[in-house]
Design a protein around this ligand. Sequence first.
Ligand code: BDR
Ligand code: CA
Length: 349
Amino acid sequence: MIVQAQIPIWIDCDPGQDDIVAITLAAYNPHLNLVGVSTVHGNATLDYTTRNALRFLTALNKMDVPVYPGSSKSLQGNIDGAPEVHGKTGLNGSKLLPEPMYAAKDHSDFFPALKRQIEKFKGQLCIAAIAPMTNIALFFRKYPELKKQIRFLTIMGGGFDLFNRNGVAEFNIFDDSQAAQEVLEDDILAQHILLAPLDTTSTVRATAEIRNKVLASQSVAKASNFRALMYELVHFFYLKVKERKGPDYAGPSVHDPVAIASLLETCGFEKELDCKYIRRAIDVVIDGKEDGATKMLSDKVHPERAVKILIDLNREKFWKVILNAYVEADKNAYINGVDRQKLIEEYRP
Ligand code: BDR
Ligand code: CA
């Protein structure tokens, strides 16, 4: 296996307080090269998730990363949303999120751009799907020949014993179960899929200790704008989930970056993450009472479409990798050069 200096990565997302942690990792881990971002309906409407991606990449000083708006609805035409967790915009919680300093690309340029990146990197491009998989399913419907030409498709989604939507399903799968079925049950894509299910990502929690490390200061007032932004967003996420879980709630699960961490480890980097995997085929239920459920099959059933499922990782090392990316982001963040009062005055939800 050739270990490249950097993994070219494209993120398909619905930011999202946990999506932005994944974006920070992809943008500032030295082994990752973030070449593009596409957005989809999910935590909020497509307009919001696209605007959030542009605002956040602006905050990070990564205005060279193009943002492509994808699908505004699931394959069945539904729009869901998770305002009870992420707020109305999908990324509520801080007035330090700047107005975007650049515009989204045209929707019609999305698939040609992703195709170009796959061809340019010749078998090395990795795609991270950390939202409902509508864009991913449509892309590979259009270009089935490209399934073989990606290196990995790392996915946050699904739950086997744990669910966060309708009692049987995880949010990203439930929001477009048809798309999830097309992707997860595909014989060719399965060879490239790394799956970080809710059962594993839920064990990675932004506890008070972690939230304080994010702030890295005695107060929000004393922190850099970047750290204050990251702290306020994760704190909002914590408070929203706590409203439903009760006063003893320790901290929110930060799901999406786990899929990026697993990709790093699988590609030979950050080996101390010590990821553990099993290989199993997955069925996705697409209708009835169990719509959006993911069923892990026995190892004898459909081995031709078994995917690599993350079942454990070193959580302490995970946060170390994330916080290292924050150190780099903090050195480069555009918002650190902007007067805080100006950011607050210009803030538009
Ligand atoms: C997933 O759902 C979204 O709300 C999060 O951003 C994450 O991608 C967790 O179930
Ligand atoms: Ca997400």
